[in-house]
Each structure stands twice: as structure tokens, then as C-alpha cells.
Write a protein that binds this ligand. Structure first.
Ligand SMILES: [Zn+2]
Length: 434
């Protein structure tokens, strides 16, 4: 099958793609932007819309204990290791319409293009609508994908959603999942039965806009360590207390943030990619005010890097920074629970194939380390060969202003379809069914 025919088949699915994005936007509308709350009403509506579209494409629909959505196009050999193409259908509160959803719709549009081309794959292709990837809600990463793979961390089912205060287990049960099966470590997906996992995702930084290119091929996904709910304990005191007697938790927080920024600057100067983010950073407004030295300070921390050794070194450096501040300022850091996610390496063969596909399709090739975490990393962590395609998007993500054009989406989807045909294309049917 020549690349031009594949690009044309993907482009011919423009109306279907536009209608599906519109439907998802309407489902999730929560002015400003969209909210598809995981294991809640927003995500449920998105799953229903996508499942209806998959049914109309003739795909087999199934689920698992984590209430993920599987939409399967049967291949010629149904017992052969299968390919998963997917992403997540949840969003942050008041987010954009494309973060996550684009990857699921790309899978459906690729299926429609394969149908249009009359191509049957050697193996099953499953488009996966993954649950609960956005960790802002439960402060646990990759809930849906790790639930499917049996790798949820201990205690994950007991964490509470930040807005409802109800546990993940309760939310999963509400949506037809089975938390008891997840608790006992059951897995729906056996890595040995998977040939590859591919995820298309909008870029969440402006590199592709800057480069003037529609798509990029991912070179790796960063791992991270996180303290979602850390606190510094000092002493509440009168505003007139001399400096030498103070145990000021807010200034300890300030020291911490500038020390981390210096650490990042040092890595930048050496060309070692990493990022650190202090998303929450505040005193307690109920206790603190103009005339009180703050005795407690709250923060969250996310540190990420593309190399496990770099991540381990950063972990040790953060320990040393904290020890120094505690000693200097007479405060105590209570870091609370620590979460981790492993670095997600891209399979070299998939990266090479996608590069060849981009050349065949006449797409300018751009390679990019993912700045963000993605479900693809959970698949890589259990040894499933993984790859990702990023699509140009203006205005970042996790805000209502994400801006991906349908042309760029179709270019990324053409590359995905090309890869499917190249990797697993078995035969062209004599009667194409568009
Ligand atoms: Zn995402």
C-alpha cells in the first residue's frame, strides 16, 4: 500500500474526526473549557460517545476491572499478539478538548482509514480508551493503564479524589469496574500478548509551533518522583520576634524553591533534561496573616527526568537540600506520601519505523523527548514495545486554549495508519468497506 493512498484515506475521514471532537467537547463542556472528571460523569459521557462511534465502525466493545474501554478490530490471526492504540479520555478540570481524546480518536480514525483501504491486519488492533490518567484528581499516575496491567501501586485504591473526598475504589465501582479484582492484582492485559502500544498525543509545549512542523516522533517519556502533599513545620510567632529566634516555615519554603531552581539551572547548563515544579506553595490562610510568623507551609513537588540515574541523583540532591534547610532554619519537612513513575523508553524499532513513515508521507521529521508523562510509560514499564506521535498544538495544555488543527491531527493519524499497515498489514480485501 503506497503512502499517498494512506494519507488520502486518513484525510477522507476529516468529517468523522471533526464530528467526534465536537461531540466530545459538548459532552465535557464546563465553561471555560471541558472537564472530563475521571470515574465521574464527564469521563463516563466521553466513554459512551466513543463506544457508540466504535460500534458504528463495527468494532468489538469490552471492558476490564478498571473500567477501561477496549474497541477491537479483529485481525486475521486472533491468537497473535495484538496492537493497542490508545490514550486517556479524562481531562483536568477546565482543560482543553484534545489532551488524551486526540489519541483515542486517532485510533478510531485509523480503523476507519484501514476499512476505507480494505486492509485487514495480521493481528487484532484494539483502540483503548484509558481511564484516569490526569493525576490532579487522585494524585496517582496512570490509574487506568496500570489497573489494566496489574501494576497499580499499593494503597492506590484507597486514595480519595480531591474534590469528592471519595476513594478511587468507590469511584471505580460506580463506573462498573471491580476494585476487588484490582486489589488482588488481577491484570486484564498480559504484556506477552501485546505486540506494541502506540499513542498519539498533542504536544503540551510549543516546540512544534516554533519549528513549523505538524508532528513529532517521541524519543522518550520522563520518569518522576512526587510529593503531592508536603508540609514544612516551623513555629507561629509574633511579628516582632527577632530573626535569630524564628522558625519561619514560609522562608524555608522559599529557600527550597530557589535551591530547586538552581539545581535545574545547573542541569540545563550541562544539557541534562529535567524539570521540577512546585504546583502548590502556600501558608494556611485560616491561621496566617499580617502579624504572624508562619509556622507551617504547604507545597507539592514534581521532579522529572529521562534517565533513571539522573532521577536517582535528583532524589538524593532534594534530600540534601531539605536537610540543609532544616538545620539552618530550625524547621521540619514532613514530605507525606511519595509517588514514583518509571522512565518510559521508546522502542527503537518503532521510533525508526515512524521516522521512515514520516519520510514516506512527506512529513518533516521532528524528534522530541516528551515533556509530560503518558500512559505509554506504563506499557513500557512492563516491557511492551512503545511509541508515541506528538501533534502540533498551540497554547500548551491543561487549559481551555489547546489549539490543534484537524489538518495536523489527520497528518499524525496518517502516520499512525501507515505504521499499522507497515507493521501488521496482512492483506487487502477485494471489496473495500468504507
Ligand atoms: Zn494527556
Amino acid at each position: 500500500m503506497d503512502a499517498a493512498s494512506i494519507a488520502e484515506a486518513a484525510a477522507d475521514e476529516r468529517d468523522r474526526a471533526a464530528a467526534l471532537f465536537d461531540a466530545l467537547r459538548r459532552d465535557g463542556l464546563d465553561d471555560p473549557g471541558v472537564s472530563r472528571d475521571p470515574y465521574g460523569a464527564g469521563e463516563q459521557r466521553a466513554h459512551a460517545t466513543v463506544a457508540t462511534a466504535a460500534t458504528s465502525l463495527g468494532l468489538e466493545i469490552s471492558g476490564d476491572a478498571a473500567a477501561n474501554l477496549y474497541m477491537t478490530l479483529p485481525g486475521r490471526d486472533r491468537s497473535a499478539p495484538s496492537i493497542i492504540v490508545g490514550s486517556h479520555l479524562d481531562s483536568v478540570p477546565h482543560g482543553g478538548n484534545f489532551d488524551g481524546a486526540a489519541g483515542v480518536l486517532a485510533g478510531l480514525v485509523a480503523v476507519a482509514a484501514l476499512r476505507r483501504l480494505g486492509i485487514t491486519l495480521e493481528c487484532d488492533l484494539t483502540v483503548m480508551g484509558i481511564r484516569a490518567e490526569e493525576s490532579i484528581w487522585f494524585q496517582v499516575s496512570y490509574i487506568g493503564s496500570r489497573g489494566a496491567l496489574g501494576t497499580l501501586p499499593d494503597g492506590a485504591l484507597e486514595v480519595r479524589r480531591i474534590d469528592t473526598g471519595r476513594t478511587l475504589a468507590e469511584h471505580i465501582a460506580d463506573c462498573g469496574g471491580n476494585p476487588d479484582a484490582l486489589r488482588s492484582g488481577d491484570r486484564h492485559l498480559d504484556p506477552a500478548s501485546l505486540r506494541a502500544y502506540l499513542e498519539l498525543h498533542i504536544e503540551q509545549a510549543p516546540s512544534l509551533v516554533e519549528a513549523g512542523k505538524p508532528v513529532a516522533i517521541c524519543t522518550g517519556i520522563p520518569g518522576n518522583f512526587r510529593y503531592p502533599d508536603a508540609r514544612i513545620e516551623g513555629s507561629n510567632d509574633h511579628v516582632g520576634l527577632p530573626r535569630r529566634f524564628r522558625r519561619d516555615a514560609a522562608l524555608a519554603g522559599a529557600d527550597f524553591s530557589t535551591a530547586l531552581d538552581r539545581l535545574w539551572e545547573e542541569h540545563d547548563a550541562k544539557g541534562i533534561p529535567m524539570a521540577c515544579t512546585i504546583g502548590r506553595f502556600h501558608t494556611d490562610p485560616a491561621q496566617h496573616g499580617l502579624t504572624i510568623v508562619p509556622g507551617s507551609f504547604h507545597f507539592s513537588l514534581d521532579v522529572r527526568a529521562y534517565d533513571e540515574a539522573v532521577l536517582a541523583d535528583l532524589d538524593a540532591r532534594v534530600d540534601a537540600i531539605i536537610a540543609g534547610i532544616e538545620q539552618r532554619r530550625g524547621v521540619r519537612f514532613h514530605r507525606g506520601p511519595k509517588a514514583r513513575a518509571a522512565v518510559g523508553p521508546v522502542a527503537p524499532a518503532i521510533r525508526a519505523a515512524l521516522t521512515a513513515g514520516a519520510a514516506a508521507l512527506g512529513l518533516p521529521v521532528h524528534e522530541l523527548g516528551s515533556p509530560a508523562s503518558h500512559d505509554a510509560a506504563a506499557f513500557a514499564a512492563v516491557g511492551v514495545p512503545m511509541g508515541m506521535i506528538f501533534v502540533r498544538n498551540a497554547n500548551g495544555s491543561h487549559n481551555p486554549h489547546e489549539a490543534m488543527t484537524i489538518d495536523d491531527f489527520l497528518a499524525g493519524t496518517a502516520l499512525l495508519t501507515w505504521w499499522l499497515v507497515e507493521t501488521a498489514g496482512a492483506s487487502v480485501e477485494t471489496t473495500a468497506a468504507p
